[in-house]
Design a protein around this ligand. Structure first.
Ligand code: GLU
Length: 466
């Protein structure tokens, strides 16, 4: 029987959930969820100066928005400090680690001399092979006994086999002189204790893997499967930065991208499944694997994000969209919809969701149902109304009063009316859009009439011509 998959996302809470972190979380989530495994969340809050509760909250919010649910409790790395120290002490007792009493000055002097002699400046502690009886009663750190010859091979699912010469590894510190564990030790102990089978993270951590493997091996623990994914670059091929636009995952919520579109886009950022661009969560879970992850950095492409967002909006359930739009308005700091507006929006959703790439675009099209009389008109709509169109709309009014209010009959009526005025329906549509919606970009005139109903339609025509 193969071992159940356990992945984790391990952000440091020093800021919001950035795009790169969100993608790492998504890859771990997809990998676990597609294999009936577990996806765990660990907050790496050992750096007390840089970690803040606000950042933890922002990360949790970002993950909640993206729908990346994790199993079990959120784990705090800091709270495990006692356990991390215990492992360092175990290695000490097994002679796989040692107490080093070197002072900062001694280490600096060692480095200077090595530099002057053109040798490696990796610190080699004289305490590595000393006997406890020769130890002073002074502060010490615990260092691991790194292998001094041979090689360490990181078998990486994305990068292939990465070989590091062991002579490049130093006896890294596990426990500082104040008894606190170092980050590198905490990660390994936590991953082991949490039963993590697959570590999927940014390739900026590839070098750490070699050092972390020393701890796994010293403890006799199974090394997890590594998958170090290339970072994300901006459209210009340079490392993604603020200069490329928004970096926080939640800023994309505030810009009005649906979470499903964002997930689809982030999954495609560095991973592919044949030529598939648009896919559902279920497809992504079924398809996601390491073979599809590219070796070179992915480029962020807003056009593609917009395109996928639009496709997800188009296939979303109307009630779910209504809810997501409410959440978007909150995130964007916009006024919430009233119940009546929200109900109207859902009723109109079928004719709004087709070509909107973002929620602001959808809401712009929804103006006819969200606004109330008298409808404000933008400049384009204003231009569509003239004394000529006023006359036409006035003439149309009595015919609409008597029409049967169903799509086919309304279409027949307006087409015949246009013909009688020696014009195409298209010419009539402009003033009608302006009168009914106060906007030039709207759903079809028929959809608006059907949704607004006869009374409201006629009242708006009157407002526009009156
Ligand atoms: N806390 C690290 C980071 O935010 C991730 C460490 C890991 O995934 O092992 O970059």
């Amino acid at each position: 029987m193969t071992q159940p998959v356990v992945t984790r996302f391990a952000p440091s809470p020093t800021g919001f959930l950035h795009i790169g972190g969100a993608r790492t979380a998504l890859f771990n989530w997809l990998y676990a969820r597609g294999r009936g495994g577990k996806f765990l969340l660990r907050i790496e809050d050992t750096d007390r100066e840089r970690s803040t509760p606000e950042a933890t909250a922002a990360i949790l919010q970002g993950m909640a928005w993206l729908g990346l649910d994790h199993d079990g409790e959120v784990i705090s790395q800091f709270e495990g400090a006692g356990r991390h120290a215990e492992v360092a002490r175990q290695l000490l007792s097994e002679d796989k680690a040692y107490k080093c009493f070197a002072t900062q000055d001694e280490i600096a002097a060692f480095r200077e001399q090595a530099k002057a002699e053109g040798k490696s400046t990796l610190y080699r502690s004289p305490w590595r092979d000393t006997d406890a009886s020769s130890h002073p009663d002074a502060p010490y750190v615990i260092r691991i006994k790194a292998p001094q010859s041979g090689v360490t091979v990181i078998k990486d699912e994305v990068q292939g086999d990465v070989t590091i010469k062991n002579e490049q590894l130093d006896d890294m510190i596990l426990l500082r002189s104040d008894g606190t564990p170092v980050y590198m030790l905490a990660v390994v102990v936590d991953d082991h204790d949490m039963g993590v089978t697959h570590v999927i993270r940014g390739d900026d951590h590839l070098n750490n893997a070699a050092r972390q493997m020393m701890i796994y091996e010293a403890m006799g623990w199974d090394v997890p499967v590594w998958a170090h994914i290339p970072l994300i670059h901006g459209p210009d091929g340079k490392k993604l930065s603020k200069r490329h636009g928004a970096l926080g995952a939640q800023e994309y919520q505030a810009m009005g991208y649906p979470a499903a579109g964002m997930r689809n886009y982030l999954a495609r950022l560095g991973w592919s499944h044949g030529d598939d661009e648009f896919f559902t969560d279920d497809q992504a879970k079924a398809w996601f694997n390491f073979d599809g992850i590219g070796k070179s950095p992915a480029r962020f492409d807003t056009k593609k994000l917009e395109n996928l967002s639009g496709q997800h909006i188009a296939v979303s359930d109307d009630a779910a969209l209504r809810q997501e739009i409410s959440a978007y308005l909150g995130a964007a700091g916009e006024t919430a919809l009233t119940d009546a507006q929200s109900q109207g929006l859902e009723a109109a959703m079928y004719c709004l969701k087709d070509r909107a790439r973002t929620f602001p675009e959808l809401l712009e099209k929804a103006h006819f149902i969200l606004a109330s009389r008298p409808i404000d008109r933008d400049a384009k709509a204003e231009k569509a109304l003239s004394s000529v169109s006023d006359g036409i709309l006035e003439e149309l009014t009595p015919q609409l009063q008597n029409a049967s209010w169903v799509r086919d009959d309304l279409e027949a009526l307006l087409n015949a009316f246009a013909e009688a005025h020696d014009t195409k329906f298209g010419k009539l549509a402009g003033p009608l859009r302006a009168a009914l919606a106060g906007r030039a970009v709207t759903p079809s005139v028929f959809d608006m009439m059907l949704i607004l109903g006869r009374e409201e339609t006629l009242a708006r025509l009157k407002d526009a011509t009156g």
